[in-house]
Design a protein around this ligand. Sequence first.
Ligand code: SF4
Length: 1010
Amino acid sequence: MGASLALAGLSLSGCRRPEAHLVPFTQSPEWVVPGKKISFATAQPRRRGATPLLATTFDGRPIKMEGNPLHPLSQGASDNHAQASILDLYDPARRQHLTKGGKKASSADWDAEINRIRAELTSTSGSSLAVLADEQLSPTRDRLRAELQRQFPQSTWATYEPLAPGRDLEASALVFGENTEFRPILSAASTILAVDCDFLGSDEGDLSDTRGFSSGRRTRQPSDSTNRLYVVEPRFSITGTMADHRLRLRPSATGAFLLELARQIRAAKPSAELNALLSQSPDLPLPEGVDPAWIRECAADLVSHGNRSLLLVGRRLPVSLQALALALNSSLGSVGTTLLVQPSRALPSATLAQLAEKIRSGTIRTLIILGGDPVYNAPADMNWSALQSSVPNTLHLSSLPNATSKQSTWSIPGTHYLESWGDALAVDGSYLSVQPMIQPLWAGLSQLEVLSQILGQPIPIGPSLIRETFAQRTGLAGEKLEQGWNDFVREGFLASPAASPTSRTANLNAVAGLLSRIESSPAEDPASLETVFIHSAAVDDGRYANNGWMQEWPDPMTKLTWDNAILLSPETARSLGLKNDIIKGILVADVVQATLAGRTIEAPIVIAPGHANFSASLPVGYGQELCGPVAKGAGFDAYRLRTSTTDYQAVGLQLKRTGRTQQLAVTQEHQVMEGRDLVREASVNEFKENPAWVKTVGMDAHIPPNQTFYPNPKLDGQHQWAMVVDLSTCTGCNACVTACTAENNIPIVGKDQVMKGREMHWIRVDRYYTGEPDSPESVSQPIACMQCENAPCETVCPVNATVHNEEGLNVMAYNRCIGTRYCANNCPYKVRRFNFFDYNQRALDKLYWGPLAPKGTEETIKLQKNPNVTVRMRGVMEKCTFCVQRIEDAKISARVRARDSADLKIPTGTLKTACQQACPAEAIVFGDLLDESSEVKKLRDLPQNYSLLEYLNVRPRLTYLGRIRNPNPAMPGARTHYAPSHGHAEKHSTEKDTSTSHGTPDHPKQASHE
Ligand code: SF4
């Protein structure tokens, strides 16, 4: 209500919803205490299944998203897009008016339009209507769709998602029967082979995949079993960083690889069904550079683990390859244990191509586009822009303006998922409530509301439509319905009926017929590269392009911000005469002209270690000029090269030097800690032989027990806070970075400042390469303020602005800071951030205005700020304090609970930092060292626990568990030796070494700065 009051001045007329008046509280709503947060269950609809979430609200104002801890899939975890979605709610660029032909339209105009559409549809039985919708997996939307079909039987309903072409559903229908789909159960898998499938990334995977995988990866004791991961992929993904064995492979060679894998599985486990399956397969040569022994040993490992093995292939690969993978899973016995088959959640719909055909035939007179941006991201050969223009009347519902809304007759402002009632299915089929947290900031409508109007129904009030669906799904009535509904809304979900461990019989005959479609890969040719259109880990398919947090979020592998780039392997770049230079910490990239099938774009290139040779990866989602000021000018539009037949991969890309270069904001050169043994790794066997191997690495092997001349600060608090990060489970997904940004009011600084190394993230995730530049291994390491007990920053601060508290936290007194930055210079970990400008006080296009220029940022952006965290000003140093505001909040709660008793201890496990709470891999553990039962205490006592730069004797409270890999000794070239025998680690971070800590092998690192 408070937020609604604050926003009363912002509400604008347009689409009509029932009018209600805002009045001050005479009696406060239940549970609302001014200044106290309340969390509500909701869910973020996504194309492959909604994410169950909790929204933290202050006075009716949602400020932060967390995973729903009650839901068995996420168990409280979230990811960077769930975290970033809160910023989209407050985006001032959102559509605020209903427009017709680009001009503001009134409610009366809209009512007349609805009446006109209904009259037209009644006369044509709907044949003149087509609805093009994004994929939301909403049962209520499906119900309205069925009603639309009933009222107007000849209408068309099409679905389009640029990055989910639905080939996995086709493959499942073929192998397991109509209306089925499959999902992996990573927690049950001990050997996993992922072929061009980034299941730990946000495109292919779900939070439950990361949760499940990391549960099998957590190796705390030498006796613990560890899963093993093989990855075959064209470019380094975050799944690739977790691989025990990684093979880089051009995308066109995937078919030949899978066929050879099938033969090797048959050799290891002969079966009549595999004989029959492979009898019709083409005899393709092995891909160039692939050692047959690699496939043989990998197949043998999969077979030896029987139904605990799992083969995953990318969901955008051809149906034939996905079907073959399902058949192989069936042969391995995985179906029912590591691969579940369940009823399909999506209703069959027309495809975009089928809709295009109808439009061409001239039957469609009214086209309603619910979400999405097909003018921007439809296949280039479809010329959707012209097709859409040929429809006499187009209506587009979207929250942000974009290319499609600009070209539509009617442009309807859409609501954010936190503003309107909805529902959705999660990947396991559980039913989630999408509960609004705030009245629509502007006059928007939801998809359900638009559909209701088209159906001749009034705009639904509150959750009436969802409640109806809930009643239908549960069969509840009367009081039981009331009780069930309240539980559903409170907990946020209705569990799916327990999935029966069905061992559906795979129809291998159907697969056999497809194998002849698999072709051999063309010869390697620098003049004709293979191309993969990849999703962007930051902006996804482009839907987060106007989200400043996502633009400034470093890509987990390239560390690129505010841009996309064509990714090439070092060898491919060399053979094309292309290069990247690092000049004063800025990546200066060659710009190329990229031509594919007669279409040309210009783009910078980034040399990406571990990328397959003679192929290029093009991240989509950038180059949008119409969806807001943040997206404007960021990156190039790779969709312009994508066609209907090459929506994932293509052959024949030509790159030509333009002679120009482009500066890119890459954070890998920032805040570096040169040439130290920062990341420590060992194989499972080495860990078993010497559980304390981390103590034998680098300088740590030589230093005497640390002593200090100075007395430690008095650490006599009731709690002693500490954090441990498990490098074995951290995937480098960077969700912690976004969670920290949202929690701590961390501003964005823009591309120009990022290029100067001035990004403000309090936690960063360093990405290291080891080994040969063309085919290295990679590991990620989150770095935040270490809360050193002997903090070097404190001793140099002339005004005591950074001091120690009695609980071991290195805290900041912002209003005492005079901005000398001595502390940042003296910090060995480079974790302090300085406000060079008034980032929090300025709109993005005025970020760098001087101190005397007028201040003030958009009202809606202010609404996202966490009221428990100071918004910092120009000239002030800031950094992580283990979410001290959460600690203080927990202390107040403990004091309230304690009443007259002296027990003010915060109970074990009840307090989480923002990064810890978001982490889907549960890699971050935080707690009280004085509490013997706390997880953090147990981890600190493990022999594999170590500190960064231990020999400096700064006594960090943030420590790490060394990474443990599980290589298969039988694999060709297996690196089984990671830990040094005495004092000299595999170098991760020297300039001579082909491996470098932050830089790519082609770019030795610069000295640390700022
Ligand atoms: S610690 Fe951060 S980067 Fe690592 S898995 Fe967790 S959220 Fe992702």
